[in-house]
Design a protein. Structure first.
Length: 175
């Protein structure tokens, strides 16, 4: 199990995302997709778990499912168990063993999941006070729930929902 560790912002996170986006565009070279940097590593200055979150938008989840083996060849582990909680997402993590370096969230481009994740990210980018508040919350939760990722995520839920309400979203992303 990955312990929950929150670290200061690392300027290399954007470069790591850029490399992974290129890899994903190569994997999906004949299928139109959009790849976005989401999660806390996508917000300059925001403390985060040192895991790059990528969101891939495709026309259909079947397009993603057709590339499971190609993603596996690039050390992405498909985790279908999470589909019981979020059936509109296909989730992958990299590498196969701990510590993880990348989480890949594949959704339908333009879906509520897509829109809300970007809305949350963009709100934090535009509002440094909210980003600082979120960082403080994440540090506190990580210190209390280092070995309980579910409790860590649950502890962020009301904050995420409040930001989405301020930004005008309809549902909360899984951040």
């Amino acid at each position: 199990m990955d312990p929950v560790i929150v670290v200061p912002y690392d300027t290399n996170w954007q470069e790591q995302f850029d490399r992974e986006r290129s890899l994903l565009h190569n994997v999906f070279r004949d299928i139109p997709v959009v790849v976005e940097h989401v999660g806390s590593t996508a917000v300059p200055g925001l403390a985060s778990k040192p895991i790059i979150d990528l969101m891939l938008g495709a026309r259909a989840l079947a397009d993603v499912e057709s590339r499971i083996e190609a993603l596996r060849a690039h050390h992405y582990e498909y985790v279908p168990a999470y589909e019981t909680q979020l059936p509109d997402r296909r989730y992958f993590r990299k590498p196969f063993s701990v510590p993880r370096t990348h989480h890949l969230h594949c959704v339908v481009f333009g879906s509520s999941f897509w829109r809300d994740d970007l809305l949350f990210r963009d709100y934090l980018r535009a509002n440094p006070g909210a980003a600082a508040e979120y960082a403080a919350l994440k540090r506190e939760l990580a210190s209390r729930h280092q070995l309980d990722r579910s409790a860590y995520v649950e502890g962020k839920t009301s904050f995420v929902q409040s930001i989405l309400a301020k930004a005008g979203a309809r549902s909360a992303p899984n951040v």
